[in-house]
Each structure stands twice: as C-alpha cells, then as structure tokens.
Write a new protein. Structure first.
Length: 65
C-alpha cells in the first residue's frame, strides 16, 4: 500500500510543479508581449521620423535644382 500512495503523491507533486512553471511562463510571456509592443511603437516612431526627414531632404534637393 505504500508504493501506490507514494506514486499518487509524486504524481500530484509533479502536477503542482508543472502548474507553478506554467504560471511563471504565462507572466513572462505577458512581460515579453509588453516589451514587444513598446519596441514596435519606438520603431514606428523612428520610421515616421525617417520618412519626414527623407521628405524634407527630397524637397530641399528639388528646390536646389
């Protein structure tokens, strides 16, 4: 009777460890998603700045001709 109880206890312990790891992964994925969103916003802002600069440069080059 000892071995079946030990097997059940170890199985429950294994599920508990997997549950804790799943919760940790969930929170890390949320944090990574937030970082990706911030980075995408910065990239979009930099792309807009580059587009404005390129437009101004093209306009000044056209005016020089």
């Amino acid at each position: 009777m000892l071995w079946p109880m030990t097997a059940i206890a170890l199985g429950f312990l294994g599920l508990a460890v997997l549950g804790v790891l799943a919760v940790r992964v969930f929170f890390e994925v949320r944090r990574l998603g937030a970082q990706v969103a911030v980075t995408a916003q910065k990239i979009n802002s930099a792309a807009e700045d580059l587009e404005r600069a390129a437009t101004d440069m093209a306009r000044s080059g056209r005016d020089a001709l």
